[in-house]
Write a protein that binds this ligand. Sequence first.
Ligand code: 25A
Ligand code: L14
Length: 332
Amino acid sequence: MKKINLAVVGATGMVGRTFIKVLEERNLPIENIYFFSSSRSAGSKITFNGKEYTVEELTETSFDRGIDIALFSAGGSTSEKFSPIAASKGCVVVDNSSQWRMDPAVPLVVPEVNPQDIAWHKGIIANPNCSTIQAVVALKPLHDKYKIKRIVYSTYQAVSGAGMKGYSDLENGLKGEAPKKFPHPIAGNCLPHIDVFLPNGYTKEEEKMVNETRKILGDQNLRVTATTVRVPVYNGHSESINVEFEKQFDLDELKEALKNAPGLIVEDDPQNNVYPMALSASGKDETFVGRIRRDESVESGVNLWVVADNIRKGAATNAVQIAQELIKMWNK
Ligand code: 25A
Ligand code: L14
């Protein structure tokens, strides 16, 4: 097997540090690994597989050394500038920002859902929004079987999605301090506001869920709407998903389809208080689904409760899985 040279860009951030953990756990065939950040954190130390590395400042020459794959989580503007530079040097970028996701020339990939889209990349592969990733892992088997007509998302998103500063706002808010990252206190509160507001009254996070769901499931006719809410949870996004189908379904068969879906674990035993929760999903790579009920207000519909670790499956794990698929492709 060919060993690869890998770079992590934004290595000192919330997602960057999780990349490192997931890479260690999954034991990728890595020859050389490089860690990049802005000048702010350059020079700091990172331990990977027991060896110490120095974080380097990301520059235009950073990719002049035969890097095969770069995992980016450094925000949109860094990605806008540096992904094309990396790609022009023959490196494949797996990017966590929203910069390239809706670019028709860039595949938007969840390996359990549309791995086939990896093959047509031109140097950049986009990692979807965290809330969208966990939703489509659960929706894909249902769309294949019953053809989804309409989706209504309501999310309950953890502060870790807003990085270290979001995390600190909850920690410090619980001690009575004023928020620094969010516009209002998050401790003891719910904020119907994630990312920026758009002219139509929706937030960009809501718009991302609509557009990215259609692109990943490869169906522009899907009707999708969303309300995204920040809740005082440290880690793990929860979602209520209401789905309407074209076809009729049998509830037991639907549950069976979810049980057989890759990367998805059914936790649905309400009599024994078993359902997915942020606390139990946190630290795991899988997506969890429960509270599976027929929507009795429509011809054919179902309600689901879907939970995942937004920093793992919603960001770092999904990107590392894409890297693993690339390596598999190269070794064929
Ligand atoms: O905040 P940014 O700009 O988005 O940057 C995030 C990461 O990218 C690096 C940066 O390194 C950090 O690791 N980065 C930024 N610009 C870069 C550049 N030009 C760059 N790398 C290379 N070239 P850093 O050295 O700037 O940051 C080191 C630590 O400092 C914290 N930090 C960042 N900006 C800060 C700051 N602290 C104080 N003041 C500031 N202005 C940073 O904290 C890091 O620990 P963080 O953990 O909160 O950053 C995580 C960012 O990631 C985003 N995010 C979270 N989840 C997702 C996500 N992005 C995409 N997908 C997700 N699922 C959050 O928005 C958060 O901003
Ligand atoms: O587009 O603040 O991937 O929770 C993921 C998390 C944007 C913001 C993305 C959050 C983001 C977000």
